[in-house]
Design a binder for this molecule. Sequence first.
Ligand code: FE
Length: 222
Amino acid sequence: MHDHRGGGGHGAEHRHEAEHHHETEHHHGGEVSQTQLLTAALESLLVEKGLLSSDTIDQLVERYEKDIGPMIGARVVARAWTDPAYKQRLLSDSASALAELGIHMDNLVVVENTPAVHNAVVCTLCSCYPWAVLGLPPTWYKEPAYRSRMVIEPRAVLREFGLELDGTVEVRVWDSSAEQRYLVLPERPAGTEGMTEAELATLVSRDSMIGVARVAAPARAR
Ligand code: FE
């Protein structure tokens, strides 16, 4: 595991950078990938032909950022909350634990939040993101301010997200790369004891799996 808690620095910067040229899901600063060009061309063609409106596309993107994408990760979290043996497999061998749920991803490290340890995820170099479990990254994840400040002053950044951490809680910031992605296993909130796995999954937000939020207790338990 490469843990960059607090320190910043990318364990394997050159490798990271090199592998990015083979990645199609994101790009570095000014570099536009072929996939992005094709996507943009396809989008303008569909809009031009009147088959789709820009608003429709924006709505679709938003659904993949906030709903459809993160639902996959939320299912994983809910299973881990309700099945301790599954949770252990997920933490120790995520690839096979994910495969049990039909998710194929072999470079994911799952890090567990506890009352003593809070984990959060960043990609300091660009925007590596576990899209197979979280969908499309939110805009702020790709912004330079988040990418740099999250390793320098994570508590301040988390506070801006509305997450106030007690001074005794250890904050671990995980720097993603092309070869290693991270998913935070958030704490199961109090008041959810009677809930089913499917009900629990609806509580799990994208932000809680990036580590910039807690999972809120269901309204009736507050
Ligand atoms: Fe990246």
